[in-house]
Design a protein around this ligand. Structure first.
Ligand code: ZN
Length: 310
């Protein structure tokens, strides 16, 4: 057995170990807001490094190197039980659109989607990562879990989508070490989530079936694909992302997508530059500017009213 084969075995073992965490059914939790985590003990000693971002902008890039302040916490609303797999919270606009998206999935596909995990505070993320690191080792935990301040869940605009089985929604194909494939539901979200302002932050790409650690998502973000992790980026940005994906046949991570729109071309990796040029052309073609992607969409009031009426 050559070193290449050994490496692939190690990769497979790592992926399977990660799946134990990723696919476990959620624990039944009390009806209390545990999303903040405790600001003492583990959080103060283990997660002493604070981030710099305070972000209410929909397109802020939260990634491995760019983190949120410990004190950043968005205004958020409890997800109604019919749309939640366990007690969880989202920013009101993200929630309004999630509810619309769930209703559409039920209508079109007769499938149920729920928010499995929405907002998570800095210290809750610290507890989570610390738990994974103790169980799997830090290096492995780093491939599938963000450190405190570096999770998109702290934005309050991100939902891990659970299906009616109350577990993480699988991707378009079986990936060793991830949840069972759920091709129909993934295909529907892939085609329609943009209509509700959502995109898959760590997407799988068809050409990369079978090995999450060589995926474009992993190369760019250093996180393995997570087909269940969807972020509300606003209807305009999601529309641009959808058009770009169709034209390039690539699904982009939120990290890369935001870079494509906002970074100088020369600061991007070579394999991203032509996509950045295309993304900017699409923005213009749709009648937007990069700055206006953040602005309120005409439909936003309806989505917000949806939440307020609950
Ligand atoms: Zn997630």
């Amino acid at each position: 057995m050559g070193s290449g084969a050994l490496f692939r075995l190690a990769v497979l073992a790592a992926a399977i170990a990660a799946s134990v965490v990723a696919c476990a059914a959620p624990a039944v939790e009390d009806e209390v807001d545990e999303s903040e985590g405790a600001l003492t003990g583990t959080c103060e000693s283990v997660c002493a490094t604070d981030g710099e971002l305070e972000a209410t902008d929909l397109l802020v890039s939260v990634n491995r190197s760019s983190g949120l302040k410990r004190t950043f916490a968005p205004k958020r609303t409890r997800v109604p039980n019919a749309y939640a797999a366990q007690p969880t919270w989202l920013r009101p606009l993200a929630l309004g659109y999630f509810m619309q998206m769930a209703d559409a999935a039920k209508r079109d596909l007769r499938r149920t989607i729920k928010v499995g995990s929405g907002y998570r505070g800095f210290c809750r993320q610290c507890e989570l990562f610390d738990g994974y690191a103790k169980k799997e080792g830090e290096a492995k935990a780093d491939t599938f879990s963000a450190r405190a301040g570096h999770s998109e869940h702290q934005l309050g605009t991100t939902a891990d989508i659970f299906s009616e089985t109350d577990t993480f929604m699988g991707g378009p194909y079986d990936i060793p070490g991830t949840c069972e494939a759920d091709a129909g539901l993934y295909a529907w979200l892939d085609a329609h989530a943009y209509e509700f302002g959502y995109m898959n932050s760590y997407p799988p790409n068809d050409a990369e079936a079978g090995d999450r650690l060589v995926s474009r998502t992993y190369r760019y973000t250093k996180y393995v694909p997570e087909p269940w992790h969807w972020r509300f980026v606003g209807k305009r940005a999601a529309e641009v992302h959808h058009a770009l994906s169709l034209e390039t046949q690539v699904r982009f991570s939120t990290h890369e997508f935001i870079d494509l729109l906002t970074k100088p071309l020369e600061a991007l990796p070579e394999g991203s530059r032509e996509h950045a040029e295309r993304a900017r052309l699409i923005v213009t073609r749709l009648g937007y500017t990069v700055e206006s992607l953040e602005l309120e969409h005409d439909d936003d009031r309806a989505a917000a009213a949806r939440v307020a009426s609950r």
